[in-house]
Design a protein around this ligand. Structure first.
Ligand SMILES: Cc1cc2nc3c(=O)[nH]c(=O)nc-3n(C[C@H](O)[C@H](O)[C@H](O)COP(=O)(O)OP(=O)(O)OC[C@H]3O[C@@H](n4cnc5c(N)ncnc54)[C@H](O)[C@@H]3O)c2cc1C
Length: 377
């Protein structure tokens, strides 16, 4: 089989750009195609933990991420009136030199990654995707929507939660499935003394909270049960989000009235698609949400995408002449960990909708998973 020298990355999001940066830094010939010609991301926040920063740091981007975000103190679980249930302070002695918990805006993270690929002069074609991908065994032939063609030793599918490349690897992958819950997000100013991610748990089983993203900004998120996955008219989004925040007290109750602009509400039904092993077929491999799109209950989607990228790059660099060894080492190092996150995330959502199934609190599960993800990859 031919050595891996030339790689195409499909998708210029978190995992794809991390892969491109890593491969370029190790001397591989790498190109990216990104379908969105404006290369835009949602304006709201992203919550990550030390394992995300640690993985980015291997690409030389850890300090930038920390500087762009807000290392918040940890998580507090609250009753709906704002009274404290329990707190899980992040333990940065375990995660040093990186903060245990970090909030940052999605555009800030996007800027860090896109600035890096631009500085390295990695070729990125915007508004372009594949029109066909044919694996010939010793190379992959790709036709692009701009009429160009290319030959690659490996194609990395980093095309996100609604991946079209999934079916090239698992023809029976099916569509992402609605879990029964949706998430609402909205940015608000950060009160200067707000240094925790607070999660309020209401009797009707919905959860909502807020998390600092930088000195000035934090965002409110609410996870609610939405039977039947209703379509919500865009102009109603702020009203509907405020309704979902009814009945919450404390600071969240005060912040509720700031949710006024329907265009600034990011509303997403939670849809999951978690593939069995392997995540590759021939010379096509999937990473990130394309392989294991889960729910946001543990704030680990971005970290899993960057870790996938880092491990894939390490394995390719260690053994570029042995494709099968690269893929089996990649799966050995990634499958169980990504599955753990996906399973626990989906389970937490299930427990919120069916509390009788829960055998632990959300705080206990979160604490356990935070310890697991602090382990080396
Ligand atoms: C609103 C929101 C908030 C979130 N908050 C958190 C959070 O707090 N913490 C956390 O860890 N995770 C969070 N997530 C999940 C996290 O964003 C994902 O897990 C992560 O982005 C996965 O990275 P990825 O590279 O696999 O996919 P993405 O980052 O989604 O990137 C996929 C890229 O592929 C492109 N693409 C798609 N199809 C094609 C194609 N055919 N050709 C070329 N390009 C294509 C897309 O345009 C996109 O740029 C959130 C997600 C959303 C939507």
């Amino acid at each position: 089989m031919a050595d891996i020298r030339k790689v195409l990355v499909v998708g210029g999001g978190i995992g794809g750009l991390s892969t491109a940066v890593g491969l370029y830094q190790r001397g591989f010939d790498v190109e990216v195609v990104e379908r969105d010609k404006d290369w835009k991301v949602y304006h709201v926040g992203i919550i990550v933990q030390a394992n995300f920063v640690r993985a980015l740091a291997t690409l030389g981007l850890g300090d930038e991420a920390v500087a762009a975000g807000y290392p918040y103190k940890g998580m507090r679980f609250l009753n709906s009136d704002g009274s404290l249930i329990t707190e899980l302070p992040g333990d940065s002695t375990v995660t040093a030199p990186y903060p245990a918990d970090l909030g940052l805006t999605r555009p800030a993270l996007h800027r860090i990654l896109t600035d890096k690929v631009k500085a390295l002069h990695v070729p990125v074609r915007l508004g372009v995707t594949y029109s066909s991908i044919t694996d010939h065994g010793d190379h992959v032939a790709v036709e692009f929507t701009d009429g160009s063609v290319g030959k690659y030793d490996l194609v990395v599918g980093a095309d996100g939660a609604y991946s079209g490349m999934r079916t090239l690897v698992h023809s029976d992958a099916g569509k992402p499935q609605f879990t029964g819950q949706s998430v609402w997000r909205y940015n608000v100013p950060r009160p200067k003394d707000q240094i925790w991610l607070d999660l309020y748990i209401k009797e009707d089983r919905s959860t909502a909270g807020y998390c600092p993203l930088d000195e000035e900004t934090m965002y409110i998120m609410a996870v609610t049960e939405e039977p039947g996955n209703p379509w919500i008219p865009p102009h109603e989004l702020a009203n509907e989000m405020r309704k979902r925040l009814d009945g919450f007290g404390g600071l969240l109750g005060d912040l509720r009235d700031l949710v006024t602009d329907p265009e600034l509400v990011v509303y997403r039904p939670l849809e999951v698609c978690v593939l069995p092993a392997p995540w590759h077929k021939g010379r096509i491999v999937l990473i990130g949400d394309a392989a294991h799109s889960s729910t946001p209950h543990l704030g680990q989607g971005a970290a899993m995408a960057v870790e996938d990228a880092v491990v894939l790059v390490e394995e390719i660099a260690a053994n570029p002449a042995d494709f099968e060894a690269v893929m089996s080492r990649f799966m050995e190092r990634r499958f169980e960990r990504a599955q753990l996150i996906a399973d626990y995330s989906i389970m937490l959502g299930e427990w919120q909708m069916h509390p009788e199934k829960a055998d632990r609190s959300q705080a206990e599960v979160t604490d356990y998973v935070r310890k697991r993800v602090a382990e080396p990859i």
